[in-house]
Write a protein that binds this ligand. Structure first.
Ligand code: ZN
Length: 100
C-alpha cells in the first residue's frame, strides 16, 4: 500500500498514489496563483487609494490615471516608448495640480 502524504488516502500502486498526489500539487499551485493575483489586486487598490487621497481625485479619475501610468510603464519597460513620454506625463500631472 502507498499512502498519500497530504490526506492519508491509500493506493494499491505507486502510479496511482503518484497521480493522486499530483492532484494535491496542482491544487497547491492554484492556491498560490490566486494568492499572487490577489496580492497584485490589493497593491493596485492601494495605489489607487493613494492617488485619490494625494490628488483629491475621484476614484473614476484615479482609475484612469492608474491605467495610464500602467500603460506608460509597460511601454517603457518593453522599450516601445522612450522614458521621455513618461516624464512628460508626470510633469503634466504636476502642472495640473499647480493650476488647479
Ligand atoms: Zn491525498
Amino acid at each position: 500500500m502507498f499512502r498519500c502524504g497530504f490526506c492519508g488516502a491509500e493506493f494499491p500502486s505507486e502510479e496511482e498514489a503518484a497521480s493522486h498526489m499530483m492532484k494535491h500539487l496542482s491544487e497547491q499551485l492554484e492556491k498560490q496563483h490566486q494568492a499572487v493575483s490577489q496580492t497584485y489586486l490589493l497593491m493596485a487598490a492601494s495605489q489607487l487609494t493613494q492617488i485619490c487621497l494625494i490628488s483629491g481625485r475621484r476614484p473614476e479619475e484615479a482609475m484612469d490615471i492608474f491605467t495610464r501610468v500602467y500603460e506608460l510603464l509597460k511601454n517603457w519597460h518593453g522599450g516601445a516608448q522612450p522614458k521621455d513620454d513618461f516624464m512628460r506625463w508626470l510633469e503634466q500631472q504636476w502642472g495640473d495640480k499647480e493650476s488647479g
